[in-house]
Write a protein that binds this ligand. Structure first.
Ligand SMILES: NC(=O)C1=CN([C@@H]2O[C@H](COP(=O)(O)OP(=O)(O)OC[C@H]3O[C@@H](n4cnc5c(N)ncnc54)[C@H](OP(=O)(O)O)[C@@H]3O)[C@@H](O)[C@H]2O)C=CC1
Ligand SMILES: O=C(O)[C@@H]1CCC=N1
Length: 286
């Protein structure tokens, strides 16, 4: 969006707070942001840490050209009812809620309101989010472009169809939690082997960071062009090839991987993302 544009964020919890911090880092002026947060302690923290005004949802949306809805899916119906009569004509409403369809939002907004649905993730906090977005009722290319412009400074952005968003939620929306879970388990493994916890954590976290960079950015072994990846951004190497390069014949890695296969880890991951996708659909249906 060009020029001064007021942004309202309704629900400044974990996700809304991460988004707010990223947008301010990207240069948005605090006086151009209005936050609405019903948790009083949290509201005071937001005002103190970010210097933005915290008001109630109707007051926030009444002044905003762009409204981001970051409340829990279960709260979306009541929040939409609360703001309906206060949203400015021509406002763009962006929902980041899991499962909630753009039609659900649009039906509860004044006719003609443009709705864009987004699924992003908490790496917003380090400007490394993965955001996916689609146009809902009333939204055109200019609205998608405006939301892309808002999110690009805080990570990557792709356009998807709304039919894909529950799967996207299961992969990249919830995905950081899967990695954190695996990292926790590996640190416990180090402790089991007798390493001090802090050392185990340092070894595992740096290994995760290095591996993620190889997947996304680095040319793989024997692939100076870096074109063999699956990251969709021109860099990186295919995960199977990277794993093979670590797996020496008769070595340590293959001994570990056999145990992961015995434990059914691959099937558990498939079941996990399927369960997350199903839950996203359920949240949308309720
Ligand atoms: N956390 C994540 O990693 C991701 C979350 N999302 C989506 O983002 C949304 C928010 O999730 P998350 O940040 O984790 O949840 P949180 O519960 O941390 O944040 C939501 C905040 O909104 C507040 N709130 C609820 N109703 C109102 C209202 N009427 N007016 C003002 N504030 C209100 C809540 O207050 P109270 O605590 O009192 O309920 C809470 O502080 C969800 O829809 C989720 O699906 C999307 C991608 C990733
Ligand atoms: O767990 C959840 O429902 C939210 C949506 C994606 C990540 N966190």
């Amino acid at each position: 969006m060009q020029g001064r544009s007021v942004l309202a964020i309704v629900g400044v919890g974990r996700l809304g707070g991460a988004l707010l911090s990223g947008l301010l880092r990207a240069g948005r002026t605090p006086s151009d942001v209005l936050a609405a947060e019903r948790d009083e302690r949290r509201a005071a923290e937001i005002a103190a840490s970010f210097g933005v005004k915290v008001v109630d949802p109707p007051a926030a949306v009444a002044e905003a050209e762009v409204v981001v809805l970051a409340v829990k899916p279960q709260d979306m119906g009541s929040v939409l009812a609360e703001i309906r009569d206060h949203v400015r004509p021509g406002a763009l409403v962006v929902s980041v809620a899991a499962g909630v369809t753009s039609t659900f939002v649009a039906e509860r907004m004044p006719p003609g309101t443009a709705v864009v649905r987004v699924m992003t993730n908490t790496p917003l906090l380090v400007d490394e989010a993965m955001s996916a977005l689609c146009a809902g009722p009333g939204a055109g290319d200019e609205h998608l472009a405006a939301v892309e412009e808002m999110l690009r400074p805080v990570g990557r952005v792709v356009r998807v169809s709304e039919a894909q968003l529950d799967a996207v939620t299961a992969l990249s929306g919830s995905g950081p939690a899967y990695f954190f879970y695996l990292i926790e388990a590996m640190i416990e493994g180090g402790v089991l082997l007798g390493l001090p916890r802090a050392l185990a954590a340092e070894l595992v976290v740096q290994t995760a960071a290095g591996s993620a960079r190889m997947l996304r950015d680095a040319p793989g072994p024997g692939d100076a062009g870096g074109v063999g990846g699956v990251g969709g951004a021109g860099g990186g190497e295919h995960p199977s090839l990277l794993r093979e390069a670590v797996t020496s014949p008769g070595g340590t890695t293959i001994a570990a991987l056999r145990q992961l296969d015995r434990g059914g880890v691959r099937a558990a991951v498939l079941d996990a993302v399927e369960a997350a996708c199903a839950r996203s659909r359920e949240l949308g249906a309720s």
